[in-house]
Design a protein around this ligand. Structure first.
Ligand code: TXA
Ligand code: MG
Length: 315
């Protein structure tokens, strides 16, 4: 289809719309789909042209590999080999916001998905609509977050359309994402499993299953970890107790704001609101956002990780 044409806004609860999304995916078109973490820009992971269309729509550097989403643990075993610790993590957290980077089986996905790496990131999303799409597709879907490369991840179909309208075939709308932060990524290193990206499952929850994680490798093995990522247009000032000079304030707990991540200090609520509130404040006139301190514990670590990247100097 002509991707410069209007992006279809499909609704998961409208009869036939899930089937329409799957038909587009089968035809090699990228379609944004809901997951419990953020909206993903999905394409057939075995079709190189379809995967290339993801990179093109996002403006993503080609060295940044993608996550293969599958319907269940058995489907993941067909793509990668699972050491014992990974079997236990999958049993504990799938379906859910955990991605495992594991040795890939030959020919599991098109090489463009892994950007040539010998490992593949796999995840079984918990969202019922994502599951319905994957089950009907019957094969892996490569899906990065459905935002322009380097911008804030989308937690609603409206966020997807704001960034990618006219650049993708369709978005399948199922309302706001419940977790609101991308998945936690755990990968195999020579010294055992290691945390490559903090996310919707906390380090403590992972370590309860695996024991202490190995130190993260020095090299940028998860390029989403580049310093300036998840960037809004506005500049961010972190650990602020009050706005100055016309700043917009993003509050938390006792510190109120123009918008508040969680007035009760609930970190899960704050995670679910994070990208939506950043999008909303970014859309208002003014160029600076002050952000209240978030405790560096549990989900707060992943929230602070995203905030620090959003605040980092731009290239
Ligand atoms: O929650 C999520 O994970 C969302 C939803 C859509 O599932 N997806 C997402 O994808 O956040 P993306 O592409 O924005 O982030 C994937 C991260 C990137 O930082 C990438 O570098 C890393 O996973 N990654 C993918 N394959 C990898 C591999 N083989 N080795 C190391 N890192 C990898
Ligand atoms: Mg992303």
């Amino acid at each position: 289809m002509d991707r410069s044409a209007t992006t279809l806004h499909l609704h998961a609860d409208a009869p036939g719309d899930i089937a329409r999304a799957v038909a587009l995916l089968r035809a090699g078109e990228p379609v944004a789909i809901p997951t419990e973490t953020v909206y993903g820009l999905a394409a057939d992971a075995r079709n190189g042209d379809a995967v290339a269309a993801i990179y093109a729509a996002k403006g993503r550097p080609s060295f940044n590999p993608l996550i293969a989403h599958v319907a269940d643990h058995a489907a993941a075993r067909a793509l990668v080999s699972f050491p014992d610790w990974a079997e236990r993590l999958a049993a504990a957290f799938w379906p859910g916001p955990l991605t495992l980077v594991l040795p890939m089986r030959a020919g599991a996905v098109h090489p463009l998905v892994t950007a040539g790496l010998g490992t593949l990131a796999v995840r079984v999303p918990a969202h019922p609509v994502a599951h319905a799409v994957l089950a009907e597709m019957g094969g892996p879907l490569a899906a990065p977050s459905a935002n322009r490369s380097g911008r804030i991840s989308p937690t609603t179909a409206e966020h997807v359309l704001a960034g990618l309208s006219g650049r993708i075939a369709a978005v399948l709308d199922a309302g706001p994402c419940t977790v609101g932060l991308e998945s936690t990524i755990v990968g195999a290193t020579p010294s055992g499993p290691s945390l490559l990206r903090p996310g919707g499952v906390t380090r403590a929850e992972v370590e309860a299953i695996t024991g202490p994680l190995a130190a993260a490798p020095d090299a940028i093995t998860a390029p989403g970890q580049l310093a300036s990522h998840y960037a809004p247009d506005a500049s961010l000032r972190l650990d602020a107790t009050a706005p100055v000079d016309g700043e917009k304030m993003l509050g938390f707990g006792d510190i109120p704001g123009d918008l508040t991540l969680s007035a009760t200090g609930d970190l899960a609520e704050a995670a679910a609101n994070l990208f939506g509130h950043l999008h909303a404040l970014d859309a208002r006139p003014g160029s600076r956002i002050a952000v209240a301190p978030i405790p560096e514990k549990g989900l707060g670590r992943a929230i602070n990780d995203r905030l620090r990247r959003a605040a980092a100097p731009r290239d």
